[in-house]
Write a protein that binds this ligand. Structure first.
Ligand code: DGY
Length: 425
Protein backbone atom coordinates (compact mmCIF):
# COMPACT_ATOMS: atom_id res chain seq x y z
CA UNK A 1 0.00 0.00 0.00
CA UNK A 2 1.15 3.55 -0.66
CA UNK A 3 1.20 6.03 2.25
CA UNK A 4 -1.95 7.54 0.73
CA UNK A 5 -3.89 4.25 0.62
CA UNK A 6 -2.56 3.30 4.06
CA UNK A 7 -4.11 6.53 5.38
CA UNK A 8 -7.46 5.71 3.74
CA UNK A 9 -7.32 2.18 5.18
CA UNK A 10 -6.71 3.50 8.70
CA UNK A 11 -9.54 5.97 8.29
CA UNK A 12 -11.88 3.15 7.20
CA UNK A 13 -10.94 1.15 10.32
CA UNK A 14 -11.70 4.19 12.46
CA UNK A 15 -15.20 4.53 10.93
CA UNK A 16 -15.94 0.82 11.40
CA UNK A 17 -14.80 0.86 15.00
CA UNK A 18 -16.65 4.00 16.01
CA UNK A 19 -19.94 2.54 14.73
CA UNK A 20 -19.31 -0.84 16.39
CA UNK A 21 -21.56 -1.36 19.42
CA UNK A 22 -20.01 -4.69 20.45
CA UNK A 23 -22.26 -7.31 18.89
CA UNK A 24 -23.65 -5.27 16.03
CA UNK A 25 -22.72 -2.19 14.04
CA UNK A 26 -24.93 0.80 13.28
CA UNK A 27 -24.81 2.04 9.66
CA UNK A 28 -23.96 5.51 10.99
CA UNK A 29 -24.64 7.28 14.25
CA UNK A 30 -27.71 9.53 14.30
CA UNK A 31 -29.40 8.71 10.99
CA UNK A 32 -29.50 4.92 11.51
CA UNK A 33 -29.14 4.03 15.23
CA UNK A 34 -30.02 0.29 14.99
CA UNK A 35 -28.87 -2.82 13.13
CA UNK A 36 -29.76 -3.06 9.45
CA UNK A 37 -29.79 -6.42 7.70
CA UNK A 38 -27.72 -6.08 4.51
CA UNK A 39 -25.56 -3.36 6.03
CA UNK A 40 -24.45 -5.83 8.71
CA UNK A 41 -23.74 -8.70 6.34
CA UNK A 42 -21.58 -6.53 4.09
CA UNK A 43 -19.94 -4.83 7.06
CA UNK A 44 -18.85 -8.24 8.35
CA UNK A 45 -16.67 -8.62 5.24
CA UNK A 46 -14.66 -5.54 6.25
CA UNK A 47 -14.50 -6.65 9.88
CA UNK A 48 -13.22 -10.07 8.83
CA UNK A 49 -9.92 -8.50 7.76
CA UNK A 50 -9.03 -7.39 11.27
CA UNK A 51 -11.19 -9.52 13.61
CA UNK A 52 -12.74 -12.73 12.27
CA UNK A 53 -14.54 -13.48 15.52
CA UNK A 54 -16.20 -10.05 15.46
CA UNK A 55 -17.29 -10.51 11.84
CA UNK A 56 -19.14 -13.77 12.63
CA UNK A 57 -20.79 -12.14 15.63
CA UNK A 58 -22.20 -9.38 13.40
CA UNK A 59 -24.14 -11.90 11.30
CA UNK A 60 -25.06 -14.11 14.26
CA UNK A 61 -26.61 -11.15 16.08
CA UNK A 62 -28.81 -10.46 13.06
CA UNK A 63 -29.90 -14.09 12.76
CA UNK A 64 -30.72 -14.27 16.46
CA UNK A 65 -33.71 -12.11 15.47
CA UNK A 66 -34.91 -14.30 12.62
CA UNK A 67 -38.68 -14.78 12.70
CA UNK A 68 -40.19 -18.22 13.33
CA UNK A 69 -41.44 -18.27 9.73
CA UNK A 70 -37.86 -17.84 8.43
CA UNK A 71 -37.83 -14.13 7.58
CA UNK A 72 -34.80 -12.12 8.64
CA UNK A 73 -36.04 -8.60 9.34
CA UNK A 74 -34.57 -5.49 7.80
CA UNK A 75 -34.02 -3.67 11.12
CA UNK A 76 -33.35 -4.97 14.63
CA UNK A 77 -34.18 -2.32 17.22
CA UNK A 78 -31.65 -3.32 19.88
CA UNK A 79 -32.04 -0.12 21.87
CA UNK A 80 -34.59 2.59 22.32
CA UNK A 81 -33.95 5.68 20.24
CA UNK A 82 -36.26 8.48 19.27
CA UNK A 83 -33.73 9.59 16.65
CA UNK A 84 -35.24 7.33 13.99
CA UNK A 85 -38.68 7.15 12.43
CA UNK A 86 -40.49 4.76 12.07
CA UNK A 87 -39.33 3.10 15.28
CA UNK A 88 -40.54 -0.12 16.98
CA UNK A 89 -43.84 1.32 18.19
CA UNK A 90 -44.87 2.18 14.65
CA UNK A 91 -43.94 -1.25 13.33
CA UNK A 92 -45.52 -2.98 16.32
CA UNK A 93 -44.48 -6.44 15.18
CA UNK A 94 -44.67 -7.85 18.73
CA UNK A 95 -41.62 -10.04 18.39
CA UNK A 96 -40.50 -11.38 21.75
CA UNK A 97 -36.68 -11.37 21.54
CA UNK A 98 -36.26 -7.76 20.54
CA UNK A 99 -38.31 -5.45 18.48
CA UNK A 100 -37.77 -5.73 14.78
CA UNK A 101 -39.26 -4.23 11.65
CA UNK A 102 -41.71 -6.44 9.75
CA UNK A 103 -40.17 -6.57 6.27
CA UNK A 104 -36.91 -7.94 4.92
CA UNK A 105 -33.92 -6.72 2.87
CA UNK A 106 -31.60 -8.01 0.10
CA UNK A 107 -30.39 -11.43 1.28
CA UNK A 108 -26.62 -11.11 1.06
CA UNK A 109 -25.98 -13.33 4.09
CA UNK A 110 -25.33 -16.53 2.11
CA UNK A 111 -22.75 -14.73 0.00
CA UNK A 112 -21.12 -13.03 3.01
CA UNK A 113 -20.88 -16.20 5.05
CA UNK A 114 -19.23 -18.11 2.21
CA UNK A 115 -16.72 -15.31 1.63
CA UNK A 116 -15.90 -15.11 5.35
CA UNK A 117 -15.47 -18.87 5.50
CA UNK A 118 -13.31 -19.05 2.36
CA UNK A 119 -10.98 -16.36 3.68
CA UNK A 120 -10.85 -17.50 7.30
CA UNK A 121 -7.43 -18.11 8.79
CA UNK A 122 -8.93 -20.06 11.68
CA UNK A 123 -10.75 -22.62 9.51
CA UNK A 124 -12.04 -24.82 12.34
CA UNK A 125 -13.65 -21.88 14.14
CA UNK A 126 -15.06 -20.53 10.88
CA UNK A 127 -16.52 -23.92 9.95
CA UNK A 128 -18.34 -24.12 13.28
CA UNK A 129 -19.75 -20.63 12.91
CA UNK A 130 -20.76 -21.10 9.25
CA UNK A 131 -22.29 -24.51 9.92
CA UNK A 132 -24.47 -23.06 12.67
CA UNK A 133 -25.81 -20.43 10.26
CA UNK A 134 -26.42 -22.84 7.37
CA UNK A 135 -29.95 -23.94 8.31
CA UNK A 136 -31.00 -20.46 9.34
CA UNK A 137 -29.96 -18.96 6.00
CA UNK A 138 -31.59 -21.85 4.16
CA UNK A 139 -34.83 -21.20 6.08
CA UNK A 140 -34.72 -17.55 5.00
CA UNK A 141 -34.21 -18.56 1.35
CA UNK A 142 -37.11 -21.01 1.57
CA UNK A 143 -39.26 -18.30 3.15
CA UNK A 144 -38.75 -16.07 0.10
CA UNK A 145 -40.21 -18.60 -2.30
CA UNK A 146 -43.08 -19.55 -0.01
CA UNK A 147 -44.13 -16.01 0.82
CA UNK A 148 -42.96 -13.87 -2.07
CA UNK A 149 -43.43 -16.23 -5.00
CA UNK A 150 -46.75 -17.90 -4.20
CA UNK A 151 -47.42 -18.75 -7.86
CA UNK A 152 -44.03 -20.47 -8.23
CA UNK A 153 -42.66 -18.23 -11.00
CA UNK A 154 -39.10 -18.66 -9.80
CA UNK A 155 -38.68 -14.97 -8.92
CA UNK A 156 -39.59 -13.27 -5.65
CA UNK A 157 -41.36 -9.94 -5.29
CA UNK A 158 -40.68 -7.15 -2.86
CA UNK A 159 -43.79 -5.73 -1.20
CA UNK A 160 -42.25 -2.52 0.14
CA UNK A 161 -39.57 -0.34 -1.51
CA UNK A 162 -37.51 -0.49 1.72
CA UNK A 163 -37.09 -4.22 1.11
CA UNK A 164 -35.10 -3.56 -2.05
CA UNK A 165 -32.61 -1.42 -0.15
CA UNK A 166 -33.06 1.03 -3.04
CA UNK A 167 -35.83 2.86 -1.21
CA UNK A 168 -36.75 5.67 -3.60
CA UNK A 169 -35.53 4.26 -6.90
CA UNK A 170 -37.25 5.58 -10.02
CA UNK A 171 -38.11 1.91 -10.63
CA UNK A 172 -40.90 2.09 -8.04
CA UNK A 173 -42.50 5.41 -9.10
CA UNK A 174 -45.25 4.03 -11.30
CA UNK A 175 -46.21 1.08 -9.10
CA UNK A 176 -46.02 3.32 -6.05
CA UNK A 177 -48.70 5.61 -7.51
CA UNK A 178 -51.11 2.78 -6.79
CA UNK A 179 -50.43 2.99 -3.05
CA UNK A 180 -52.94 5.33 -1.41
CA UNK A 181 -52.03 7.78 1.32
CA UNK A 182 -55.43 8.32 2.93
CA UNK A 183 -55.50 7.82 6.67
CA UNK A 184 -51.74 7.76 7.16
CA UNK A 185 -52.02 10.55 9.74
CA UNK A 186 -49.40 12.99 11.00
CA UNK A 187 -45.84 11.96 11.71
CA UNK A 188 -42.47 13.59 12.16
CA UNK A 189 -39.61 12.37 10.02
CA UNK A 190 -36.19 12.14 11.67
CA UNK A 191 -34.06 11.37 8.62
CA UNK A 192 -34.36 14.92 7.31
CA UNK A 193 -32.94 16.22 10.61
CA UNK A 194 -29.77 14.15 10.13
CA UNK A 195 -29.32 14.53 6.36
CA UNK A 196 -30.09 17.17 3.74
CA UNK A 197 -33.79 16.76 2.77
CA UNK A 198 -32.77 17.28 -0.88
CA UNK A 199 -30.78 14.02 -0.64
CA UNK A 200 -33.66 12.02 0.85
CA UNK A 201 -37.01 10.57 -0.32
CA UNK A 202 -39.91 13.00 -0.63
CA UNK A 203 -42.90 13.42 1.72
CA UNK A 204 -45.20 11.82 -0.88
CA UNK A 205 -42.95 8.76 -0.86
CA UNK A 206 -42.82 8.63 2.94
CA UNK A 207 -46.63 8.75 3.12
CA UNK A 208 -46.73 5.66 0.94
CA UNK A 209 -43.97 3.88 2.86
CA UNK A 210 -46.07 4.39 5.97
CA UNK A 211 -49.32 3.38 4.34
CA UNK A 212 -47.79 -0.01 3.54
CA UNK A 213 -46.40 -0.41 7.07
CA UNK A 214 -49.85 0.37 8.51
CA UNK A 215 -51.55 -2.03 6.09
CA UNK A 216 -49.21 -4.90 6.96
CA UNK A 217 -49.56 -4.12 10.67
CA UNK A 218 -53.35 -4.32 10.32
CA UNK A 219 -52.85 -7.84 8.89
CA UNK A 220 -50.89 -8.85 11.98
CA UNK A 221 -47.61 -9.14 10.01
CA UNK A 222 -48.85 -12.51 8.74
CA UNK A 223 -46.56 -13.11 5.78
CA UNK A 224 -48.92 -15.64 4.24
CA UNK A 225 -51.31 -12.72 3.62
CA UNK A 226 -49.03 -9.78 2.90
CA UNK A 227 -47.92 -10.56 -0.67
CA UNK A 228 -51.42 -10.73 -2.15
CA UNK A 229 -52.70 -7.87 0.02
CA UNK A 230 -50.00 -5.41 -0.96
CA UNK A 231 -50.84 -2.93 -3.71
CA UNK A 232 -47.07 -2.75 -4.32
CA UNK A 233 -45.53 -5.97 -5.65
CA UNK A 234 -42.46 -5.65 -7.83
CA UNK A 235 -39.97 -8.22 -9.10
CA UNK A 236 -36.55 -6.56 -8.88
CA UNK A 237 -33.83 -8.32 -10.92
CA UNK A 238 -31.08 -7.04 -8.61
CA UNK A 239 -32.79 -8.33 -5.51
CA UNK A 240 -33.39 -11.71 -7.14
CA UNK A 241 -29.79 -11.88 -8.34
CA UNK A 242 -28.50 -11.29 -4.81
CA UNK A 243 -30.77 -14.08 -3.57
CA UNK A 244 -29.61 -16.39 -6.37
CA UNK A 245 -25.94 -15.68 -5.63
CA UNK A 246 -26.51 -16.35 -1.93
CA UNK A 247 -28.28 -19.62 -2.75
CA UNK A 248 -25.44 -20.78 -4.99
CA UNK A 249 -22.90 -19.86 -2.32
CA UNK A 250 -24.95 -21.55 0.41
CA UNK A 251 -25.20 -24.68 -1.74
CA UNK A 252 -21.39 -24.79 -2.00
CA UNK A 253 -21.08 -24.43 1.76
CA UNK A 254 -23.70 -27.14 2.30
CA UNK A 255 -21.66 -29.45 0.08
CA UNK A 256 -18.53 -28.70 2.08
CA UNK A 257 -20.37 -29.45 5.32
CA UNK A 258 -22.04 -32.64 4.05
CA UNK A 259 -25.63 -31.41 3.84
CA UNK A 260 -26.81 -32.54 0.39
CA UNK A 261 -30.48 -31.64 1.01
CA UNK A 262 -29.71 -27.96 1.62
CA UNK A 263 -27.28 -27.95 -1.31
CA UNK A 264 -29.83 -29.44 -3.71
CA UNK A 265 -32.73 -27.21 -2.62
CA UNK A 266 -30.69 -24.02 -3.01
CA UNK A 267 -29.21 -25.06 -6.35
CA UNK A 268 -32.62 -25.96 -7.71
CA UNK A 269 -34.13 -22.59 -6.78
CA UNK A 270 -31.07 -20.79 -8.16
CA UNK A 271 -31.34 -22.59 -11.50
CA UNK A 272 -35.03 -21.82 -11.78
CA UNK A 273 -34.41 -18.19 -10.79
CA UNK A 274 -31.70 -17.73 -13.41
CA UNK A 275 -33.98 -19.07 -16.13
CA UNK A 276 -36.84 -16.81 -14.99
CA UNK A 277 -34.55 -13.76 -14.86
CA UNK A 278 -34.23 -14.00 -18.64
CA UNK A 279 -37.86 -12.90 -18.97
CA UNK A 280 -36.72 -9.51 -17.54
CA UNK A 281 -33.96 -8.92 -20.10
CA UNK A 282 -34.36 -5.79 -22.23
CA UNK A 283 -32.33 -5.80 -25.43
CA UNK A 284 -32.74 -2.05 -26.13
CA UNK A 285 -31.56 -1.17 -22.61
CA UNK A 286 -28.72 -3.71 -22.53
CA UNK A 287 -29.80 -4.73 -19.04
CA UNK A 288 -32.57 -6.36 -17.02
CA UNK A 289 -35.72 -4.47 -15.95
CA UNK A 290 -38.16 -4.80 -13.05
CA UNK A 291 -41.57 -6.35 -13.54
CA UNK A 292 -44.68 -4.97 -11.88
CA UNK A 293 -46.32 -8.12 -10.57
CA UNK A 294 -49.70 -6.39 -10.22
CA UNK A 295 -49.95 -5.44 -13.92
CA UNK A 296 -47.55 -8.06 -15.28
CA UNK A 297 -45.72 -5.35 -17.26
CA UNK A 298 -41.99 -4.67 -17.43
CA UNK A 299 -41.14 -1.32 -15.84
CA UNK A 300 -39.39 1.02 -18.24
CA UNK A 301 -36.72 2.27 -15.88
CA UNK A 302 -33.07 1.46 -16.50
CA UNK A 303 -31.43 1.41 -13.09
CA UNK A 304 -28.73 -0.36 -11.18
CA UNK A 305 -31.36 -2.97 -10.27
CA UNK A 306 -30.93 -4.35 -13.79
CA UNK A 307 -27.12 -4.12 -13.67
CA UNK A 308 -26.74 -6.03 -10.39
CA UNK A 309 -27.64 -9.42 -11.93
CA UNK A 310 -23.96 -9.74 -12.94
CA UNK A 311 -23.50 -10.65 -9.27
CA UNK A 312 -25.27 -13.96 -10.05
CA UNK A 313 -24.23 -16.46 -12.70
CA UNK A 314 -26.33 -14.94 -15.49
CA UNK A 315 -25.43 -16.03 -19.06
CA UNK A 316 -21.98 -14.65 -19.94
CA UNK A 317 -23.35 -12.82 -22.94
CA UNK A 318 -25.63 -10.84 -20.59
CA UNK A 319 -22.76 -9.95 -18.27
CA UNK A 320 -20.75 -8.67 -21.26
CA UNK A 321 -23.70 -6.62 -22.52
CA UNK A 322 -24.12 -5.12 -19.06
CA UNK A 323 -20.43 -4.20 -19.01
CA UNK A 324 -20.96 -2.28 -22.28
CA UNK A 325 -23.99 -0.53 -20.73
CA UNK A 326 -21.86 0.58 -17.78
CA UNK A 327 -19.23 1.88 -20.21
CA UNK A 328 -21.98 3.91 -21.87
CA UNK A 329 -23.10 5.36 -18.54
CA UNK A 330 -19.46 6.17 -17.74
CA UNK A 331 -19.33 8.59 -20.68
CA UNK A 332 -22.11 10.64 -19.07
CA UNK A 333 -20.98 10.85 -15.43
CA UNK A 334 -17.65 11.42 -13.73
CA UNK A 335 -17.91 8.52 -11.25
CA UNK A 336 -19.42 5.08 -11.75
CA UNK A 337 -21.71 3.27 -11.16
CA UNK A 338 -24.65 5.68 -10.86
CA UNK A 339 -27.76 4.01 -9.46
CA UNK A 340 -29.79 5.12 -12.46
CA UNK A 341 -29.28 5.58 -16.20
CA UNK A 342 -27.86 9.12 -16.57
CA UNK A 343 -29.69 9.56 -19.89
CA UNK A 344 -33.07 9.29 -18.15
CA UNK A 345 -34.62 12.75 -17.59
CA UNK A 346 -35.76 11.53 -14.14
CA UNK A 347 -32.09 11.18 -13.00
CA UNK A 348 -31.57 13.20 -9.76
CA UNK A 349 -27.82 13.21 -8.97
CA UNK A 350 -28.06 13.82 -5.22
CA UNK A 351 -31.27 12.04 -4.22
CA UNK A 352 -30.49 8.71 -2.53
CA UNK A 353 -31.20 5.89 -5.03
CA UNK A 354 -32.34 8.06 -7.95
CA UNK A 355 -28.81 8.48 -9.39
CA UNK A 356 -26.11 8.56 -6.67
CA UNK A 357 -23.26 6.06 -6.67
CA UNK A 358 -22.95 3.65 -3.72
CA UNK A 359 -19.88 1.63 -2.80
CA UNK A 360 -21.85 -1.49 -1.86
CA UNK A 361 -23.50 -1.86 -5.24
CA UNK A 362 -20.13 -1.02 -6.84
CA UNK A 363 -18.61 -3.88 -4.85
CA UNK A 364 -21.15 -6.46 -5.98
CA UNK A 365 -21.07 -5.33 -9.62
CA UNK A 366 -17.27 -5.39 -9.89
CA UNK A 367 -17.21 -8.81 -8.21
CA UNK A 368 -19.57 -10.22 -10.84
CA UNK A 369 -17.79 -8.56 -13.76
CA UNK A 370 -14.40 -9.82 -12.61
CA UNK A 371 -15.74 -13.37 -12.54
CA UNK A 372 -16.48 -13.20 -16.29
CA UNK A 373 -13.20 -11.50 -17.20
CA UNK A 374 -14.50 -7.93 -17.54
CA UNK A 375 -11.52 -6.69 -15.55
CA UNK A 376 -11.19 -3.29 -17.24
CA UNK A 377 -14.70 -2.21 -16.27
CA UNK A 378 -14.32 -3.85 -12.85
CA UNK A 379 -11.06 -1.96 -12.22
CA UNK A 380 -12.68 1.27 -13.37
CA UNK A 381 -15.46 0.76 -10.79
CA UNK A 382 -12.90 0.22 -8.02
CA UNK A 383 -10.81 3.25 -8.99
CA UNK A 384 -13.92 5.40 -9.19
CA UNK A 385 -14.90 4.19 -5.70
CA UNK A 386 -11.50 5.03 -4.22
CA UNK A 387 -11.45 8.45 -5.91
CA UNK A 388 -14.81 9.21 -4.32
CA UNK A 389 -13.41 8.35 -0.87
CA UNK A 390 -10.28 10.39 -1.40
CA UNK A 391 -12.26 13.40 -2.57
CA UNK A 392 -15.27 13.21 -0.25
CA UNK A 393 -14.66 10.87 2.69
CA UNK A 394 -16.78 7.95 3.86
CA UNK A 395 -20.22 9.19 2.84
CA UNK A 396 -23.40 7.18 2.53
CA UNK A 397 -23.50 7.84 -1.24
CA UNK A 398 -22.11 10.28 -3.80
CA UNK A 399 -23.31 12.54 -6.58
CA UNK A 400 -21.91 10.67 -9.62
CA UNK A 401 -21.60 13.88 -11.65
CA UNK A 402 -19.47 15.80 -9.11
CA UNK A 403 -18.39 13.31 -6.43
CA UNK A 404 -20.05 15.40 -3.73
CA UNK A 405 -20.78 13.43 -0.52
CA UNK A 406 -24.51 12.89 0.13
CA UNK A 407 -26.76 11.49 2.86
CA UNK A 408 -25.14 10.40 6.13
CA UNK A 409 -21.43 10.72 6.90
CA UNK A 410 -18.85 8.31 8.37
CA UNK A 411 -20.75 5.40 6.96
CA UNK A 412 -20.02 1.84 8.07
CA UNK A 413 -20.59 -0.18 4.92
CA UNK A 414 -18.77 2.39 2.80
CA UNK A 415 -15.75 1.88 5.07
CA UNK A 416 -16.13 -1.90 4.91
CA UNK A 417 -16.14 -1.83 1.11
CA UNK A 418 -13.02 0.35 1.05
CA UNK A 419 -11.24 -2.26 3.15
CA UNK A 420 -12.42 -4.93 0.73
CA UNK A 421 -11.12 -2.96 -2.26
CA UNK A 422 -7.75 -2.17 -0.68
CA UNK A 423 -7.21 -5.72 0.58
CA UNK A 424 -7.82 -7.03 -2.95
CA UNK A 425 -5.49 -4.48 -4.59
C1 DGY B 1 -34.42 4.52 5.86
O1 DGY B 1 -34.98 4.76 6.92
O2 DGY B 1 -34.06 5.38 5.06
C2 DGY B 1 -34.08 3.14 5.55
O3 DGY B 1 -33.46 3.02 4.32
C3 DGY B 1 -35.27 2.24 5.61
O4 DGY B 1 -34.76 1.01 5.89
Amino acid sequence: MTPETEKIYQHALEVLKENDLGSYTVPTKGLYPFQWNWDSCLTALGQGHYDENRAWTEIETLFAHQWPDGMVPHIVFHVDSDGYFPGPRVWDTRRPAADTSGITQPPVAGFAVKRLYDRATDKAAAAARARALLQRIDAWHRWFYQMRDPAGEGLVAIIHPWESGRDNSIDWDEAFERVPTEGVGDYVRRDTQHADPAHRPTKAQYDRYLYLVQLFRSLGWDNSRLHDASPFRVVDPGFNAILIRSMTDLADLADAFGDPAIAAANRERATKGLAALETLWSEPDGQYLCRDRVTGELIQSASIGGILPVFAAVPRVRAHEIARTIEGWATKVKYIVPSHDPADPRFEPKRYWRAPAWLVTNYMIQDGLRAVGETVVADHIVSSSLELITQSGFAEYYDPTTGEPCGGGRFTWTAAMVIEFLEAA
